[in-house]
Write a protein that binds this ligand. Structure first.
Ligand SMILES: *Cc1c(COP(=O)(O)O)cnc(C)c1O
Length: 367
């Protein structure tokens, strides 16, 4: 059986170092807001290329904290509109509504699965204050068009980098391209902890300070509370694990690109299209999506032959019960992606033989 993602194997790759880091933290007797967090934050900021990184409990919190901090700073207020891709993972949108901001869903480009830059400007109203781009599937969603629109309309540009750690745009990393970025270290992400974890990166010292305070009950000084905050911290054990894994991230991503190249060169079934095959950017392939009419039958075929796949995602946000008020809306490109998308196995521990087996099976499938 070829697993979609063999996390046990991924952890075992650096098992000794990880166990050592955990033991060091356990024995230190200090489990929150200590040296591991400080060390990881400095190392991660350097890696991403920002002045600041602030650890927090998970990726959703990182997004929520960014919007909340901008509200505290007076740059956003409830009711303001935030542009966001319609085909993103639900967390991007939850972070907007959680802050009583209004998501404005914009369709993706079918060829890239990323927010369509040509549709952003027409979605801007007098109440638009921010654009949340999502580097979905590990591909850079940022480009000069988007940066230019944000500049001209004076919009905050926020990045959801949960799926794209290590991705580059030119010589800069995603997570350093906008005003602030949210990162998730959920175990299955390209940089994954052994539990939940997240971070905010930014060059803005006031934003970093506000996020840090909000994540710590709203406190900047023990028992003195400036904001109505929450508890969202990255624990020391997770920070220690992430410090072990971060130096290997570029190598891991290189291997993902190699596998993506094999898929792109090998898959020639005319019923299957590869939206991420020919990416001019430095994609980190969190996911390798294919699009197929009859996707469910392709998934079944692969499953019967011992290949595990996942759909990202089966139901688009505007069709979810939690956003029932959007049920009547139509986002045809988003719906098409959700009907046709299937993610093939991709990870640093997948072998060439396994990749070849997946390719042969995809090519042998008949819709
Ligand atoms: C995983 C993910 C998140 C949320 O991260 P968690 O750590 O699971 O809270 C947010 N946005 C996107 C695009 C994600 O893939």
């Amino acid at each position: 059986m070829i697993k979609f993602l063999d996390i046990q194997k991924i952890t075992a790759l650096r098992g000794d170092e990880i166990n050592e880091a955990i033991a060091r933290t356990v024995n230190s007797g200090w489990y929150l807001q200590g040296r591991e967090n400080a060390g990881f934050e400095a190392e991660y900021a350097r890696f991403i290329g920002t002045e600041h990184a602030v650890g927090c409990a998970n990726g959703l919190d990182a997004l929520i904290l960014i919007f909340r901090a901008y509200i505290e700073m007076g740059l956003l207020k409830p009711g303001d509109e935030v542009i966001v891709p319609a085909n993103t993972y639900i967390a991007s949108i939850l972070s907007i509504t959680e802050n009583d901001l209004v998501p404005v869903l914009v369709e993706p480009d079918i060829n890239t699965c990323q927010i369509d830059p040509t549709l952003i400007e027409s979605a801007i109203t007098g109440r638009t204050r921010a654009v949340l781009i999502v580097h979905l599937y590990g591909r850079c969603a940022y480009n000069n068009t988007i940066a230019d629109i944000c500049r001209r309309h004076n919009l905050l540009l926020i990045e959801d980098n949960a799926q794209a750690h290590g991705c580059r745009y030119g010589d800069r990393r995603t997570g350093s391209l906008g005003h602030a970025a949210a990162h998730s270290f959920y175990p299955g992400k390209n940089l994954g902890a052994l539990g939940d974890g997240g971070a905010v990166t930014t060059d803005n010292p006031e934003l970093a300070r506000t996020v840090r305070a909000l994540a710590n009950y709203g406190s900047e000084r023990k028992y003195i509370f400036s904001y109505i905050g929450r508890n969202s911290r990255l624990d020391e054990i997770q920070a220690a694990v992430l410090r072990v894994k971060l130096p290997y991230l570029d190598d891991d991503n290189r291997r993902r690109r190699e596998i993506a190249r094999m898929y792109a060169d090998g898959i020639n079934n005319p019923a299957v299209t590869l939206p991420m095959a020919d990416d001019g950017t430095d994609c980190v392939y969190h996911i390798f999506p294919v699009l197929a009419d009859g996707r469910d039958s392709l998934q079944e075929w692969l499953d019967e032959n011992g290949v595990q796949t996942i759909i990202h995602y089966p139901v688009p946000p505007h069709r979810q019960k939690c956003y029932a008020e959007w049920a009547g809306r139509s986002y045809p490109v988003t719906e098409l992606i959700h009907e046709r998308e299937l993610s093939l196995p991709i990870s640093p521990v997948l072998t060439d033989d396994e990749v070849r087996r997946v390719i042969d099976l995809v090519n042998a499938w008949r819709p």
